[in-house]
Design a protein around this ligand. Structure first.
Ligand SMILES: [Zn+2]
Length: 299
């Protein structure tokens, strides 16, 4: 049992800590949402399509070898462009989650606009997968205060986009006494974008880190969370971590994490289902409002 913010969180019997390997299959969507004209850049489009075309098949073979099931968050546009890849993910026993339609920018948008993105993504995933996803991950992990309500209205059981904890918890979707859903938090230090992403004029500083360094960082975090009885959630992008040396490092990480004593490796929806059974009262998020300091009096 782990004491956590005054509430007890108990993993299933025999389990000491949990880990989930998650893959955000952004492909071309996260580029095109900024600039539809980027579709004319053949090399950039290829850099992104490497994810579903080459990265995902390699990662699926890796996960099969390791006998690990994972969660893949797929924008609706990606699902429409690569339906066979999405079906291969499902056939591998993995979970498909919602990740926007075109990986839309969420900052500052109103609830009606955001609901439109959610519904368009849901329609696409339902058409390709034949079932509704249970989980949501906001593009760029960018949630608005109205997002939990929109997710609950659409029957999502969990979200994995917030950064305010390192254990799953129950969150109220509106306020005290409202419906609730499970949140499984993420961490920028556990995302491969910061380690590996670089494309001139699009993203990254030009530094592409060694997979050895990423492996070391992520293993340290996995061990620390294991020691605390915590939850380790890693986010990888197939157009990055689906490349050879990075995938090899990831496989070594998975091998070591799954052999930590009492470590439960599962797709997020299974961790969310467990959390739904054991989490205590819902946490109510309250928006802070700061008043600007008065301007200095002019003399
Ligand atoms: Zn993404």
């Amino acid at each position: 049992m782990t004491s956590h913010n005054g509430a007890a969180f108990r993993w299933p019997d025999g389990v000491r800590a949990a880990a989930s390997f998650t893959f955000d299959v952004d492909a071309e969507s996260c580029v095109l949402v900024h600039d539809p004209a980027a579709s004319g850049r053949m090399s950039l489009m290829g850099h992104q399509s490497y994810g579903p075309r080459v990265g995902v098949p390699r990662l699926l073979r890796l996960l099969e070898r390791q006998e690990v099931r994972a969660t893949f968050f797929v924008p609706g546009f990606t699902a429409e462009c690569y339906p066979d890849i999405v079906r291969a993910i499902i056939d591998g026993g993995h979970e498909i989650g919602h990740h926007g339609y075109l990986h839309e920018r969420m900052q500052g948008i109103d609830a009606v606009t955001e609901a439109g993105y959610l519904d368009r993504g849901l329609d696409a995933l339902e058409r390709v997968c034949g079932e509704r996803p249970e989980g949501y991950r906001a593009p760029w992990w960018e949630m608005n205060w109205h997002t939990p309500r929109l997710l609950a209205e659409r029957g999502f059981g969990y979200d994995s986009s917030l950064l305010d904890d390192d254990m799953p918890y129950r969150m109220a979707v509106v306020g005290p006494g409202s419906a609730s859903m499970i949140e499984i938090p993420v961490d920028w230090a556990l995302d491969d974008w910061e380690q590996y992403a670089f494309y001139p004029g699009w993203t990254g500083s030009g530094v592409i880190e060694s997979p050895e360094k990423a492996l070391e960082m992520w293993l340290l975090e996995a061990r620390a969370r294991h020691a605390e009885g915590g939850c380790f959630v890693l986010t990888n992008h197939p157009f990055l971590s689906g490349r050879p040396a990075k995938a090899h490092a990831l496989e070594r990480l998975i091998e070591q994490v799954k052999h930590l004593d009492g470590m439960w490796v599962a797709p997020l929806r299974e961790i969310a289902a467990h959390a739904e059974r054991v989490c205590g009262p819902a946490r109510v998020h309250e928006r802070l409002r700061a008043e600007a300091s008065p301007a200095p009096e002019s003399r």
